[in-house]
Ligand binder design. Structure first.
Ligand code: NAD
Ligand code: USQ
Length: 382
């Protein structure tokens, strides 16, 4: 298939582009490189040294003989988006290309607005370009489990049957997101659903949980292909942060009580889920939602797992319950359905000690690249 991976220089997009290329798909990466600029803004860095995009792609060609096209372009620029659709005529457009950090969206008014502008405008451009230039293209859009929040009922996959005053309907599942970033994903979902309804766009919204891990079979082929690995309090995510904290001898930063629970998945499953979605496209006019996570954990569970595995490697690691910089629920009900991807053939890589050990080993090899001052949270919700 001809597949565009927008956001293909990022943590999820890069290993996905390699995986799809390895499977024989014709892959084009589109990226504005804004994530690298945000590193400069925040004074942060990937814990692993990542090469410039052109050099990564050249290394892939050298190692595998396979070509990946690169377009440096911004989805908020309609000329860039039009060029990609007219020149590439993709059968699937995989859309990772958004600002994805909840704390980044909560820094101040300007960041909240920029987050909305980048994410909502980019997705609207993609929808208009599909309508105008590639109406049969399947949009595979990365949403988030955080769109649903933590309701006191089971979370369904996008839709829920409701009986109200004697009448029934199948309606979008209610949303209660926890940051301005998560809200951008809700707005995207509504816009995509609308475009499916009025223009007959085919779309799959992948409500992904928190992704952990670093390498995949493809990024392990050569050190120049390594993936980015965020550890700072703005872009680093829970489990990956804990592993890096263990490696540098920092207490694990559990926010508040630690009973807040989320869906998680291994980066190796992210790439496979994208392949499954691309190879099983939605129908024309269908807005399909898959909940993309494999297991649920509380933050405290994760900290204890990391503490145990680190101890076995001779590292002494404490768990610190910090005052929570966010506003979120503790001790809440959490039971989300995730059967759509499993039914289509996903075989999850679960969170075993071996998985934790491998990530911890890479973290320990790169400790000299970590700035301690980026570890503690500085952005608050209030
Ligand atoms: P990332 O920040 O590492 O990568 C995003 C990439 O998109 C970057 O390379 C960035 O330069 C690019 N980009 C951003 N805005 C762009 C624009 N307007 N035009 C072109 N390129 C642009 O993020 P990630 O962790 O790889 O996440 C990818 C997607 O998956 C995001 O949409 C995110 O919301 C979603 N997601 C991520 C996680 C996670 O745990 N990492 C979990 C659930 C959902
Ligand atoms: N947390 C800690 N300590 C930390 C970091 C986080 O206790 O050092 C807690 C947070 O308070 C939260 C949970 O861990 O309860 C998850 O936080 P996170 O930073 O790992 O993830 P989140 O902000 O939800 O965002 C990440 C990605 C985002 C994606 C989302 C999926 O950055 O792009 O959309 O995971 S989900 O959580 O399902 O919405």
């Amino acid at each position: 298939m001809k597949i565009v991976v927008a956001g293909g220089d990022g943590f999820c997009g890069w290993p996905t582009a390699l995986y799809l290329s390895q499977k024989g798909h014709e892959v084009t990466i589109v990226d504005s490189l804004v994530r690298r600029e945000i590193d400069t803004e925040l004074g942060s860095n990937s814990m692993t040294p990542i090469l410039p995009l052109e050099e990564r792609v050249a290394a892939w060609k050298e190692v595998t003989g396979k070509d990946i096209d690169v377009v440096i372009g911004d989805l908020t620029d309609y000329d860039d988006v039009t060029r990609v659709f007219t020149e590439k005529q993709p059968e699937a457009f995989v859309h990772f290309a958004e600002h994805r950090s909840a704390p980044y969206s909560m820094i101040d008014r300007e960041h909240a607005i920029e987050n909305h502008r980048n994410n909502v405008e980019g997705t609207l451009n993609v929808l208009w370009a599909i309508k105008d230039h590639a109406p049969d293209c399947h949009l595979v859009k990365l949403g988030t489990m955080g769109e649903y929040g933590q309701p006191n009922i089971d979370i369904e996959e996008g839709w829920i049957e409701i009986e109200h005053k004697g009448r029934k309907d199948r309606l979008p599942f209610p949303k209660a997101p926890g940051s301005f970033y998560h809200l951008t994903k809700v707005h995207d979902s509504d816009n995509i659903m609308f475009a499916c309804r009025i223009w007959g766009v085919r779309a799959t919204d992948l409500n992904q949980g928190v992704v952990y891990g670093l390498d995949t079979d493809e990024t392990r082929l050569d050190p120049r292909l390594t993936n980015r690995f965020d550890y700072d309090a703005v872009f680093g995510t829970a489990l990956n942060r804990f592993l890096i904290q263990a490696a540098i001898g920092h207490d694990l930063t559990v926010y508040g009580g630690g009973s807040q629970t989320r869906g998680y998945l291994n980066i190796a499953d992210t790439v496979r889920c994208i392949e499954i979605a691309c190879e099983n496209p939605a129908e024309r006019g269908e807005f399909r939602v898959f909940n993309q996570f494999t297991e649920s954990f509380s933050v405290q569970d994760l900290a204890e797992k990391v503490q145990r595995v680190a101890r076995e490697q001779g590292l002494k690691v404490g768990i610190d319950h910090l005052e929570n910089p966010r506003v979120e629920k503790y001790d809440h009900y959490y039971n989300a359905v995730n059967t759509n991807l499993l039914d289509l053939g996903l075989e999850p890589h679960l969170l075993t000690d071996e998985v934790l050990e491998e990530i911890l080993r890479v973290a320990r090899e790169n400790v000299d690249r970590v700035s301690d001052e980026l570890v503690l949270p500085t952005v608050t919700w209030k």
